[in-house]
Design a protein around this ligand. Structure first.
Ligand SMILES: C[S@@+](CC[C@H](N)C(=O)[O-])C[C@H]1O[C@@H](n2cnc3c(N)ncnc32)[C@H](O)[C@@H]1O
Length: 237
């Protein structure tokens, strides 16, 4: 049974994303200097050799990753799960002009209690969602449950660069420049302060890999992209 503070934290996350949903895509592109598209392209490429079957895109937000999966995989169906209705609604608007929209099913639900039977999906992706989850171990256990045997989990998440020269530049960007730009463009500086903090406080990569193992995943590994600003974590059921 989740504690009250657990539910309160979840509600805070949901409301934070609801408040920025109408500007999320624009700010994502702006704040990442459009690198976000390239990172999503990379993670989707890793799905190419999976056997036939549906993919679960967890914490799907405004469906950017779901659409990239559908674009690169012409025969797959994608179930896009997120607990923030406003984010999904912003994504559904984009589906109107998307030739692959018939293969994307948005679902409003909690990633810590995935509303499906087990052994369904051949792959599960989580892009920039893991650090926003409150009970991450529970979510990893749920992903393991709904994946078919041999199914693959792919997580794309911010990490902290280790390069000594680049580190302070990135930290300054994260804590000062990003909330400023976001404050002007999103009218919600607090939301982007939360996002910067969630990146700064997120686990070390080896901790996330250990949590994936603890949830039952094997062959877990991490690949760094763009000087370690983001990482892709892979695991197999
Ligand atoms: C930073 S956005 C990422 C959206 C998208 N994957 C992308 O690549 O842009 C994180 C998303 O995680 C969702 N989220 C956070 N906790 C969740 C939970 N427990 N269940 C489902 N979605 C959750 C938020 O609503 C938000 O839309």
């Amino acid at each position: 049974m989740p504690t009250a503070s657990h539910e309160t934290k979840k509600e805070y996350v949901r409301q934070t994303f609801a408040s920025i949903s109408h500007r999320y895509d624009f700010l994502n592109g702006l704040l990442s200097l459009l690198f976000d598209r390239c990172w999503r392209w990379h993670i989707v490429r890793l799905l190419a050799d999976l056997p036939e079957g549906p993919v679960l895109d967890l914490c799907a937000g405004t469906l950017s990753l779901s659409r990239e999966i559908a674009r690169q995989n012409p025969n797959r169906h994608i179930y896009a799960l997120d607990f923030c209705e406003n984010m999904l609604r912003a994504g559904v608007q984009k589906l109107q002009d998307d030739p692959h929209s018939s293969r994307i099913s948005p679902l409003c639900g909690d990633g810590e209690a995935i509303p499906t039977l087990g052994d369904i999906f051949c792959g599960c992706t989580v892009a920039f969602g893991m650090r926003n989850l409150i009970n991450r171990q529970q979510c990893l256990a749920e992903i393991h449950r709904v994946l078919r045997p041999e199914g693959r989990l792919l997580i794309l998440e911010f990490s902290r660069p280790t390069n000594r020269l680049f580190k302070p530049i990135y930290r300054c960007y994260l804590h000062h420049i990003m909330p400023c730009i976001a404050g002007v463009c999103a009218e919600n500086r607090e939301a982007y302060k939360y996002l910067a903090q969630s990146i700064a406080l997120f686990y070390e990569p080896k901790e996330l890999l250990a949590m994936m193992r603890a949830a039952g995943f094997t062959q877990v590994e991490r690949r760094q992209l763009t000087l370690g600003i983001v990482s892709i974590y892979v695991g197999k059921k």
